[in-house]
Design a protein around this ligand. Structure first.
Ligand code: F6R
Length: 361
C-alpha cells in the first residue's frame, strides 16, 4: 500500500521523520548523557578495549558506514574506517582481536557482507551488526548489534534505511564516546542534536516543491559531478549513487579537494556539479572549490546552510551539530534523484538490472 504516494521511493523518503524518531525511541539516557543500545552485547570494559573500528557493507550501506566511521572517530576518538565488504573478503585481511568489526546491511542477507562476517568469526573476531531486517542472516550471525528500525523498505533503492543507519551510527559513536573521553557537555549537545532531527527532516521534506523545480533544471545533464569534503564526501557519494540508480544519468563523486588533481578537466556547462557545503570549519575551502568550478563555466547546485553566492542554486537545509549534519544534507538529494527520474519516466521502484537484496556473489 503506497498510501497516496506514486512510488515506494516517494513514500519511504517521506517516512524518514517517523523512522528516525523510532531509531531514537527508548534509547536516550539524559541522566548520563548517553544512549542505551540493548542488543549491543558490549559492556563498558569491552568498549574501552576497542582499539580500532572496521565497518563493512555494500552500496548505500557502505556509504552509511563511511559516515559512521567519521562519527566514531570524532566522538569516540577511535580510529575507524569503512570498506566494501566484497573487497575486504578477497584481500586476505589481517583480522585483529582489538578491532571491533561492524557489518551494515538493510536486508541482512547481502551475500558479500554475510560471507565477510562468517570469515571474521572463523578467525575469532568480534562482529556487530547494524541491520534493518530483524532476524535476518547477518543479524543472526553477529555477536550483537543495533537494529536501525527503519521499517520495511520496498523500493529497490535505499533511502529511509540509509538515514536510519547513519542515525544509528550516531548513537553508537555517542555510546562509545561516553564510555571513553567524550564529555557530559558534548554528550548533551549530541543528544539535543539527535532530538532535533525528526523536525528538521520534516522541514526539508516540506520544501519538496522547490527541489522538484530544480530537478527540471538539471534533468538535461549528460553527467553530474558530486563533491564534498570530509563529512560531506560520503554524502556526495551516496547522492551520486542514488541519481545513477534511479535516473540512469551518469554521476561521479569526488572530494572537493581532489578536483584540481584531474576531474576539473570535465567541468563545462553540460556537466553540472552538486556541492555539499556545510557551515563548518571547511566552509571557506568549499567556497574556493565553487569558485574554481564557476571559473570554468560549470553550473552549481549547492546543498548548504546558507545561500552560496557562487552557486546557481542553493538548497538550504537546517543546521544541526557539525557531526550530525551529514544525516540531513543527503535528504534533499534523495528527492532530487526521485524527481529527475520521474521527469525522465523511469521505473523508479525497480530500476533496470537491480535487485533489492543481492544474495549471490
Ligand atoms: C542502493 C542500494 C544498494 C544496497 C546494497 C546493500 O540504493 O539499495 O546499493 O545498499 O545492495 O544492500 P543491504 O543494505 O541490504 O546489504
Amino acid at each position: 500500500d503506497m498510501g497516496g504516494h506514486d512510488t515506494y521511493m516517494h513514500k519511504e523518503i517521506h517516512e524518514q521523520a517517523d523512522a528516525v524518531d523510532r531509531a531514537l525511541r527508548g534509547r536516550i539516557d539524559d541522566r548520563f548523557s548517553t544512549v542505551h543500545l540493548g542488543g549491543l552485547n558490549l559492556d563498558a570494559r569491552d568498549a574501552r578495549a576497542v582499539r580500532r573500528v572496521k565497518i563493512l557493507g555494500c552500496g548505500t550501506s557502505y556509504h552509511a558506514g563511511q559516515i559512521g566511521a567519521q562519527m566514531i572517530e570524532e566522538l569516540a576518538r577511535i580510529p575507524a574506517d569503512a570498506e566494501p565488504a566484497s573487497e575486504f573478503r578477497y584481500r586476505n585481511p589481517v583480522v585483529d582481536p582489538d578491532t571491533l568489526y561492524i557489518a551494515v546491511s538493510q536486508s541482512g542477507e547481502t551475500y558479500d557482507v554475510l560471507a565477510a562476517v562468517q570469515e571474521l568469526k572463523r578467525k575469532g573476531a568480534r562482529v556487530l551488526g547494524l541491520v534493518n531486517v530483524v532476524g535476518s542472516a547477518i543479524a543472526r550471525e553477529t555477536d550483537g548489534g543495533i537494529y536501525v528500525h527503519a521499517g520495511p523498505e520496498v523500493c529497490v533503492v535505499s533511502t529511509k534505511c540509509f538515514t536510519n543507519m547513519v542515525v544509528s551510527f550516531g548513537l553508537l559513536a555517542l555510546h562509545l564516546g561516553r564510555t571513553r573521553d567524550l564529555s557530559v557537555a558534548d554528550g548533551k549537545r549530541i543528544i539535543a542534536g539527535l532530538r532535533k532531527l525528526p523536525e528538521q527532516i520534516a522541514e526539508i521534506l516540506a520544501n519538496e516543491g522547490e527541489i522538484e523545480k530544480l530537478a527540471g533544471e538539471y534533468a538535461d545533464a549528460k553527467s553530474m559531478m558530486f563533491i564534498g569534503r570530509v563529512r560531506g564526501y560520503p554524502v556526495a557519494r551516496e547522492a551520486s549513487l542514488k541519481l545513477k540508480e534511479v535516473s540512469y544519468i551518469h554521476a561521479e563523486a569526488y572530494p572537493a579537494s581532489e578536483l584540481k588533481h584531474g576531474p576539473l578537466a570535465l567541468i563545462e556547462p553540460a556537466m553540472p556539479t552538486v556541492a555539499i557545503v556545510p557551515n563548518d570549519d571547511l566552509l571557506e575551502k568549499n567556497r574556493a572549490a565553487l569558485e574554481e568550478i564557476k571559473a570554468r563555466s560549470g553550473r552549481i547546485l549547492a546543498v548548504a546552510h546558507q545561500v552560496q553566492e557562487k552557486a546557481d542554486h542553493t538548497i538550504v537545509v537546517p543546521k544541526n551539530e557539525d557531526e550530525l549534519d551529514p544525516i540531513l544534507m543527503g535528504i534533499p538529494l534523495q528527492l532530487l534523484a526521485y524527481y529527475t527520474a520521474k521527469a525522465m519516466g523511469r521505473d523508479i521502484d525497480k530500476p533496470r538490472n537491480l535487485a533489492k537484496s543481492v544474495t549471490v556473489e
